[in-house]
Design a protein around this ligand. Sequence first.
Ligand code: ADP
Ligand code: MG
Length: 250
Amino acid sequence: MIIKKYIESIGLKAYPPEDSYLHDLPAIRNLWKAGALAFESNVVIFVGENGTGKSTLLEAVAVALGFNAEGGTRNFNFETRASHSDLYQYLKISRGAYPKDGFFLRAESLYNVASNIEELDKIPACAPRIIDSYGGVSLHQRSHGETFLALVQNRFGGNGLYILDEPEAALSPSRLMTLMAEIHDLLKKDSQFIIATHSPILMAFPNAQVIELTSDAIKTVPFRETEHYKITKQFLDNPERMLKYLFEDS
Ligand SMILES: Nc1ncnc2c1ncn2[C@@H]1O[C@H](COP(=O)(O)OP(=O)(O)O)[C@@H](O)[C@H]1O
Ligand SMILES: [Mg+2]
């Protein structure tokens, strides 16, 4: 596989001020401590407890690269809610080649991407309908998981940078494996993926760089050493024992 990274590393060029919630975010604190975070694989996977700042970080990378903060390609510029943080202004991103394709996908705003495609296609234009490059069927007429896979299968063309925030949210385990096969194919076409996930299945992607965010560190770990993997394995190995322990005092 040709390694052709679009993003080589991320870091902070300045520290967010005290009056910003970013100031106390574990991801920011630890990124500052770590200096630059080198991307060592074309699949970089961020994992960590809720609230550590994975979405904030992914969104800032996407915005710094010119993607719409709510998801989509660089051609989307809709905004339903000005919710993105100003972290992108503090990021230092070391870039390699320029990607020909790209998509920022956040599970919670897939709906807005679908609506925006419908709106744009209502405007008379000579250009082909946008929906045709997404499989031809309105994304509102598919299930969440189907929409997600239609997007990847029809719209992700390769030579691209794809930023995915919790892609597993929409997918059954077997469809998640379909997604992994799609990612595998896209990597052969010089793509790079930056993903935030809670899924131990996705974390097992071959040669992915798994970066775990905790309250006091941001570091690359083998996926089997992540808290997510360990706790899921412990549960699946013996659900009864875990549930008994969990409900002991209730
Ligand atoms: N606009 C905001 N104002 C204040 N706090 C925020 C804002 N957006 C996110 N946060 C806080 O930042 C933290 C990190 O959020 P997020 O990046 O979504 O975490 P993760 O994706 O790792 O679960 C959360 O505790 C959240 O409450
Ligand atoms: Mg998140």
